[in-house]
Ligand binder design. Structure first.
Ligand SMILES: Nc1ncnc2c1ncn2[C@@H]1O[C@H](COP(=O)(O)OP(=O)(O)OP(=O)(O)O)[C@@H](O)[C@H]1O
Ligand SMILES: [Mg+2]
Length: 591
């Protein structure tokens, strides 16, 4: 396989933040790479450098003459005038029929192709960007979160397309299922370094967890050794004859400290609770024959439903079918076309729109954006606490919103919502751009939140964990789906049999894993107890030894052969106790 792109010693620094630190790699023909990392770790920055959209502060990228890049950009805006088909044909120089044929593979029908690109829904805009990029027949695709805004069927289409794609690609996504299905190798940016792993995401995460466990155990052992050495230093520092030994112990401690390692799991994760004033029971909103749409044209008709206060409602359905339109109408941003909807009189709605560009002024700093959204009686401490809960501290607070990564932007917008203590939250794709860890925290916080939630999200685990009521929009109408979200997904993909087999297997595996875990805990407990016995004996030996040493120290001329013999015995015993203690520690590590 020939190389397509070679990066050597890439460095990227923003202010005091080092985003990439001497990163080197080669991308070869046919490589299918999944690039992962926490929000703000530098994935988009790296792809932008490779695409030539961003300068680096050191190092160099070499593109081979036979490589042709295809780039999918997160925030590119599509034209507001002209038809989509003309946009595709003019931009690529390919005939319209060829453009339409490829567009059809991504579910873009002729009617859609006649509309202006910017007038399409978020999901369809993403499909147009994908088709536009592919029309240039690239040999290396740089895909930054292509899964965002795609509905499940389109996501599956793209998965299929990429799996068999003969060219190479590097793709970022926070959708672990999609990454697992598509990418053969996994790269991760963490603390400005890039690690390359020649296997799929699950294998990589398992490997990483093993490494982290090893590091944790080694650190624990090092810390214990440091504490023992420190105890020695504390005890003997004052004694002149042992001062040199104490000194060397201190050096030993310093050396051990350098051997302590960090693990990926030590990275901070957002942690927050969503405040909500006390609410009474009753209906939150009642819709009666409601039609929603734009410019007098209804997209979804005759919606009659009521949602109780405190419900966690999910709205699902294909892209472009009216999920966002319904949410915008319920949030009071769009007027209803027909019928009525009525919130209870104390409802105070917080709305999270699908497009972050709508809501964050690019030049405001993070702190200004939060302060502007906080209620007038909120203290500076409250604003800083909300910022901190979403991991914005120190220099981050002064960043203008325009430079934030996709996930950081979403975190600012969530922090703004939380500062307001609404009793209803209408959330349109709040999980887009968020890393897996933050999505998990958000699902937990929303579940705990006593207020009403109406949410659209394509993050499968998030929806599954959160929603207790599901509405599906299909063919211009809405229906209450009485099953769970999981059931909905399996209905949709019509793989119910495989899914139920898979879940039975998972259940068996879980029972087995539980049994193993219990046995392991019992073994570990036994080993730790025997270590404690050794430790108690070592303490007794140590005590006797220090009494003897004190005697020799105070009576330097007294030979005292019995005491000298006892001291030698104690030293022997101590070293064999240490060996035994270490042997048990090895067993603990291997258990
Ligand atoms: N022009 C800039 N000035 C200052 N900081 C910047 C600038 N551009 C990016 N950053 C910072 O660099 C870091 C990396 O951003 P990047 O967009 O590469 O992250 P990412 O890994 O793609 O995150 P996400 O998962 O949220 O998309 C972020 O903390 C971001 O705020
Ligand atoms: Mg990004």
């Amino acid at each position: 396989m020939r190389p397509l792109l070679e990066a050597t010693g890439l460095v990227k620094i923003y202010g005091r933040q080092k985003v990439l630190d001497k990163v080197s790699f080669v991308i070869s023909e046919g490589a299918h790479i999944g690039l992962i990392g926490r929000n703000g770790s530098g994935k988009t920055t790296l792809l932008r450098i490779l695409a030539g959209d961003e300068e680096c502060d050191g190092g160099d990228v070499r593109q081979m003459p036979w490589a042709r890049l295809g780039v999918l950009r997160q925030h590119d805006l599509l034209p507001e005038t002209g038809t989509t088909i003309a946009f595709l044909a003019d931009g690529s120089g390919r005939p319209e029929w060829e453009c339409a044929k490829l567009a059809a593979r991504f579910g873009l029908c002729p009617a859609e192709l006649q509309k202006a690109p910017a007038s399409l829904s978020g999901g369809y805009q993403m499909r147009v960007k994908i088709v536009r990029m592919l029309l240039d027949r690239p040999t290396l695709l740089l895909l930054d979160e292509p899964m965002n805004y795609l509905d499940l069927p389109t996501l599956l289409l793209l998965e299929e397309f990429l799996k068999d794609y003969p060219g190479a690609f590097v793709m970022t996504s926070h959708d672990r299922e999609a990454m697992q299905n598509i990418c053969a190798s996994t790269w991760e940016i963490e603390r400005a370094m890039l690690s390359e792993f020649p296997g799929d995401l699950e294998t990589y995460l398992d490997w990483k967890e093993e490494q982290a466990e090893f590091v944790r155990r080694t650190n624990k052992r090092l810390r214990r050794e440091m504490a023992d050495a420190q105890a020695f230093v504390d005890r003997f520092r004052a004694k002149a004859s042992l001062a040199t030994r104490a000194q060397s112990k201190m050096k030993h401690i310093a050396k051990l400290r350098t051997q302590l390692r960090q693990t990926g799991t030590d990275l901070p994760t957002a942690a927050f609770r969503i405040p909500c004033p006390r609410i009474t029971s009753g209906p939150a909103v009642v819709c009666d024959g409601l039609s929603v749409g734009y410019g007098g044209m209804a997209v979804v008709r005759d919606i009659s439903l009521d949602i109780p206060r405190g419900a966690k409602v999910g709205v699902v359905g294909e892209n472009g079918r009216g999920k966002s339109t319904l949410l915008k109408t319920l949030a009071g941003i769009l007027p209803a076309i027909d019928g009525t909807y009525k919130w209870w009189h104390h409802a105070d709605i917080g709305y999270f729109s699908q497009l972050s560009e709508d809501t964050l002024s690019p030049d405001m700093t993070v702190l200004q954006a939060l302060t502007a959204a906080a209620p007038s009686d909120a203290s500076a401490e409250q604003v800083l606490a909300a910022a901190g809960a979403f991991l914005f501290r120190n220099d981050d607070l002064e960043k203008p919103c325009r430079v934030l990564s996709g996930g950081e932007r979403a975190r600012v917008r969530l922090a703004r919502l939380i500062l307001r203590a609404h009793n209803v939250l209408i959330l349109d794709e709040p999980t887009n751009h968020l890393d897996v860890e933050t999505v998990e925290v958000l699902a937990g916080a929303l579940k705990q939140y006593p207020g009403t939630v109406v949410v659209v999200s394509h993050a499968r685990t998030f929806m599954n964990a959160l929603v207790d009521r599901l509405y599906e929009i299909r063919s211009g109408s809405i229906r209450h789906y009485t099953g769970t979200y999981e059931e909905y997904v399996s209905d949709l993909t019509a793989y119910s049999e495989e899914v139920s087999h898979a879940s039975a297997d998972v259940a068996d595996e879980r029972i087995e894993a539980n049994k193993e875990r219990k046995e392991r805990t019992a073994v570990l407990r036994q080993l730790r107890r025997s270590q404690e016995r050794f430790e108690a004996r070592m303490a007794a030996v140590d005590k006797e030894k220090s009494m003897l040493l004190a005697f020799f120290f105070e009576n330097p001329t007294d030979y005292a052969p019995d005491k000298a013999m006892r001291l030698a015995e104690l030293n022997d015993e101590l070293s064999s106790l240490e060996k035994e203690w270490l042997a048990v520690e090895e067993k603990i590590i291997l258990a």
